[in-house]
Design a protein around this ligand. Structure first.
Ligand code: MN
Length: 502
């Protein structure tokens, strides 16, 4: 479902012929050692591939062309071991279509005080070589991540790991197909957007399907498949009595299992790794897909309810970034508030579709009326979510650009049991506090739908926004409303003036 093993990040070292072959041999040797060291780091999940030192304009252009054409290469890490006059980088950088990270490091950590001579000075020049390179990327308005520090340090390796995970998510978007089963929830604004622009900007392709495309697949489902899936439900979740074999609502669970199997077939045969549905376009589907969507999300599929294709794509991209990390990632909605004089909280949830990757314990599997949509009572997984640091991310279409809004939050335990709440939920404390966070969120036009994650931090979304060349607004501990308004205003002008190249 998430393919990480075939992907590569290419490490390109810049130099020039000025220093002679001996220095260049040492440059290559040192670069190989750095690549081997970084490749061994548990922080960096993607294979790091050493590429020969580039010393001329043609060598730079050639490796960039190769990177563009490689389906394995998800990004370039560039480092100038020596000075590398940056005019020779113009042609290569102007054609590069993959994300780039500028690793501003040095082979040696410390100055060898008693031995340092002019040969050493000629060899270890990244302190100024990387500035020349940095100027060119700034001069070309090239978006990139800059990481400063010694390559062996945990901090540097962590940052490179974050960037490579984001590059993985970006690579995923280039190939992502989102199936919209049904259209948008009628009259809803924020879940709409320009799908053509999204494909130009993010690579993601979004196309419409009908619930009958899913019901056709449900018709192909066999009794054996249903029986096996019911066994999985019984093993993985705490079924309420009415859903157990012989229970009065058992048929609802069977119907839900058929919906899951049909939906899975539809997605897999079509090559869709993200999808939307909407309770208003269910056609012959007996229930709004609840447990089906929850379990598909847990397997890594992106999802957005009510036709929300932007959140579906973002959920998928963030699940790819978070692959193998601790903490879950889910479609989410700000649902209701807990206003208290001393401190206020948000309860996040949805009608059904919260991903069990954020479940604190074994979910209970229940059936309850939905109250809207006029279909049969849907099966859903109900659970609380663990405490701890998290964030909500929302992607909106501002008409002339996409805007990504991030709010850092702290998930907390519910104050009391919630015996009558029939949906999965999370209670969180917004940074800096609910009043400022939500004021900023609403001023930014942030959606009610988000991607909620305990696996990723703001740095991932910042790298993502840079790679995509989109606006990022972060609401965190330091947010002040007046300066937040100023940022929105200046961004209006900035994004009006510049069309971003990655
Ligand atoms: Mn919703």
């Amino acid at each position: 479902m998430i393919d990480i093993d075939t992907k590569e990040v290419w490490f390109v070292t810049g130099s020039q012929h000025l220093y002679g072959p001996e220095t260049l041999e040492q440059v290559a040797k040192n670069s190989k050692e750095i690549v081997a060291g970084l490749d061994n780091s548990s922080e960096i999940p993607v294979k790091l591939i050493y590429k020969d030192t580039v010393k001329t304009e043609e060598e730079v252009a050639s490796v960039m062309r190769e990177a563009n054409n490689s389906t394995k290469c998800i990004g370039i890490v560039a480092w100038m071991h020596t000075f590398s006059p940056a005019k020779m980088w113009i042609r290569g950088l102007s054609i590069l279509s993959k994300p780039i990270c500028h690793l501003h490091t040095q082979f040696n950590a410390e100055i060898p005080w008693s031995e340092i001579d002019m040969d050493f000075m000629n060899l270890n020049q990244s302190a100024h070589g990387d500035r020349e390179f940095g100027f060119m990327m700034s001069r070309m308005r090239k978006k990139r991540k800059v990481i400063v520090g010694h390559w062996k340090s945990d901090r540097v390796q962590k940052k490179l790991g974050i960037w490579s995970r984001v590059a993985l998510g970006w690579d995923e978007l280039q190939n992502l197909k989102v199936a919209r089963i049904g259209d948008n929830m009628r009259q809803v604004a924020v879940t709409e957007g320009d799908k053509v622009e999204a494909q130009i900007k993010f690579g993601v392709s979004v196309n419409g399907y009908d619930s009958s495309d899913v019901t056709a697949k449900i018709d192909e489902v066999t009794d054996e498949e249903v029986a096996e899936l019911l066994g999985t439900y019984e093993k993985d979740y705490a079924l309420t009595d009415s859903l157990k074999e012989g229970g009065e609502k058992r048929q609802s669970l069977i119907d839900a299992a058929k919906i899951e199997l049909g939906l899975r077939k539809f997605l897999d045969e079509g090559g869709f790794k993200a999808f939307t549905d909407t309770f208003e376009n269910l056609g012959e589907l007996k229930q709004l897909p609840g447990i089906a969507v929850q379990r598909l999300m847990a397997d890594g599929y992106g999802f957005g309810a009510e036709g929300d294709w932007k959140t579906a794509a973002l959920t998928r991209a963030m699940k790819v970034m978070a692959y193998g990390l601790e903490g879950g990632t889910s479609f989410m909605e700000d649902y209701t508030y807990h206003f208290k004089p001393e401190k206020s909280y948000v309860m996040g949830s949805h009608m059904l579709e919260i991903c069990p990757s954020i479940a604190a314990a074994k979910p209970s599997c229940e059936v309850h009326p939905l109250g809207i949509g006029g279909k049969e009572d849907p099966i859903r997984l109900v659970f609380n979510s663990p405490e701890g640091a998290a964030l909500n991310a929302s992607l909106v279409d501002m008409g002339n650009r996409f805007r990504l809004i991030v709010n850092e939050v702290e998930a907390v335990a519910p104050e009391q049991e919630l015996p009558h709440l029939p949906v999965a939920r999370v209670i969180w404390d917004c940074k800096p506090d609910l009043e400022v966070a939500v004021t900023a969120w609403i001023l930014a036009g942030g959606a009610h739908h988000t991607v909620y994650t305990q696996a990723l931090t703001t740095e991932y979304l910042e790298d993502f926004a840079d790679i995509a060349g989109i606006e990022l607004l972060v609401i965190d501990e330091d947010t002040k409303i007046r300066s937040f308004k100023d940022t929105i205003n200046s961004n209006e002008a900035y994004y009006h003036m510049f069309q971003h190249k990655m």
